[in-house]
Design a binder for this molecule. Structure first.
Ligand SMILES: NC(=O)c1ccc[n+]([C@@H]2O[C@H](COP(=O)([O-])OP(=O)(O)OC[C@H]3O[C@@H](n4cnc5c(N)ncnc54)[C@H](OP(=O)(O)O)[C@@H]3O)[C@@H](O)[C@H]2O)c1
Length: 408
């Protein structure tokens, strides 16, 4: 069943629809076009702004419904001169959003945020690798009062093309307007300490899994000449972090993947955006492939020492700069609602100076030196004598190593 969007047109012709409303760009531009014809631009407040806006969907049914509502409003009995406030109801399909990796963290919070949006304009397919882990999502949806039918869970493992196809077939609307490729897995530790299969698994989830999702959903978006793709990116995809070599490789690869597609997709009306996250408070560190550090005894003592130092550094960064997922998902909404979405959105500006350093010295030397100093000579993390991490080296137990690493 479709939901109802509405806006009011007052006598002075100023629009009362909130700019954040997903209907704003479409209704604003169509309605304005008609009002301008009727009254001339002098009487229309903000005409230029509205004229600039593009409808969020070029679906014929969507445009037809909105246009019909506009004419209905223009010709309604009670509106010879738009006295007072004139409500206009536009029957429209909800924006269909499919998100991967909703068992916890960013995916879970984004699904909840959209399904409970006051506009009731989203239908959310929250997908999970394993439906047995949907409890926290469903409980939170209930306590947040998500309206019936606003949220549906589906099994979807991004490593399994059949599971992607099965989930796609269960989208009853027959289309996905917004695809959020969020599923991801960390891999942290010295390269030589990664367990058998860990490297393949992480690349398969983070990179190939995203490619599989795009291969499944992009062709229909191109055909409909409408759609948005949001990919959970990482600061670790813009600047490398020690002991995250494979994870960073996967996130760097997503940058190339998305940038390449964004260039191609311009004429198709399909937009790709990366939501670049710094450290976020989620269970991500607890789920890193092969456990934090991996098989550390395979690494030499000096590398292990540097790893412990890095852990200390990350603890501090997380403490000072870690974001809550609720804060991060608002940036997803910003991208989702932008009339002309950018390729990149940053959830925090904290790491931008280092990212910029990477580009300001194309040789890479400045960044490598600065990152080494930051990760391994972090006096604030090691204590004032600078020897804290060294003193602790070798003493850290498994529970201490569970401290979140940042930025991922
Ligand atoms: N937390 C951070 O500091 C941070 C920073 C930058 C970027 N990111 C990115 O944010 C995204 C979400 O991570 P998060 O922080 O929210 O951590 P999270 O709570 O661990 O969420 C990751 C999600 O991905 C799912 N997933 C893993 N393998 C999958 C597969 N094969 N198929 C489908 N889903 C799979 C996990 O499901 P299971 O529970 O079933 O394993 C989980 O739901 C990831 O792409 C991550 O790289 C996180």
């Amino acid at each position: 069943m479709g939901s109802w969007g509405h806006f009011n047109c007052s006598y002075s012709c100023s629009f009362l629809l909130a700019p954040e409303d997903p209907l704003f760009p479409l209704v604003g531009s169509l309605f304005l076009r008609e009002l301008t014809k009727e009254f001339g631009t002098d009487h229309i407040y903000g005409a230029d702004t509205f004229n600039e806006m593009q409808p969020p969907s070029s679906e014929p049914s969507y445009l037809a419904a909105a246009t019909a509502a506009v004419y209905q409003a223009m010709t309604a009995d009670q509106s010879p001169a738009f006295p007072g406030s004139l409500p206009v109801h536009i029957p429209m399909d909800r924006t269909v959003v499919l998100i991967t990796g909703c068992s916890s963290g960013i995916g879970l919070h984004l699904a909840l945020r959209l399904a409970s949006d006051p506009s009731q304009s989203f239908k959310v397919y929250a997908t999970l690798r394993d439906l047995a882990s949907q409890g926290p999502l469903l409980e939170a949806a209930q306590s947040r009062g998500c309206p019936p039918g606003s949220l549906e869970t589906l099994q979807l493992d991004v490593r399994d093309a059949d599971s992607i196809a099965a989930a796609q077939a269960r989208v009853t609307e027959g289309r996905v307007d917004v695809l959020v490729c969020n599923a991801g897995r960390g891999l942290v530790g010295p390269l030589e300490a990664h367990k058998e299969g860990s490297v393949d698994a992480v690349l398969d989830v983070n990179l190939t899994g995203t490619v599989r999702m795009l291969q499944a959903f992009l062709p229909d978006m191109k055909r409909r000449r409408s759609g948005r793709i949001l990919v959970t990116g990482s600061i670790g995809g813009l600047m490398a972090l020690p002991f995250n070599a494979v994870y960073c490789a996967s996130k760097f690869a997503l940058e190339g993947l998305c940038e390449s597609l964004a260039i191609l997709l311009q004429p198709f009306g399909v937009h790709v955006s990366l939501i670049e996250c710094g450290p976020v408070h989620t269970p991500f560190p607890e789920k890193v492939e092969g456990g934090l550090g991996g098989m550390l005894d395979r690494a030499d003592a000096e590398t292990r020492d540097l790893f412990y130092r890095y852990c200390r550094h990350c603890e501090r960064v997380i403490r000072e700069a870690g974001q809550d997922p609720e804060e991060v998902v608002e940036v997803f909404l910003q991208a989702l609602r932008a009339p002309r979405p950018a390729l990149r959105y940053f959830t925090t500006e904290r790491f931008l100076p280092l990212v910029q350093l990477r580009f300001s010295d194309p040789s890479g030397s400045d960044y490598v030196a600065a990152a080494h100093k930051s990760a391994f000579h972090d006096k604030a993390a090691e204590g004032s004598d600078g020897n804290g991490a060294e003193a602790e080296a070798g003493k850290l137990g498994a529970s201490e190593l569970r401290a979140p690493l940042a930025p991922q």
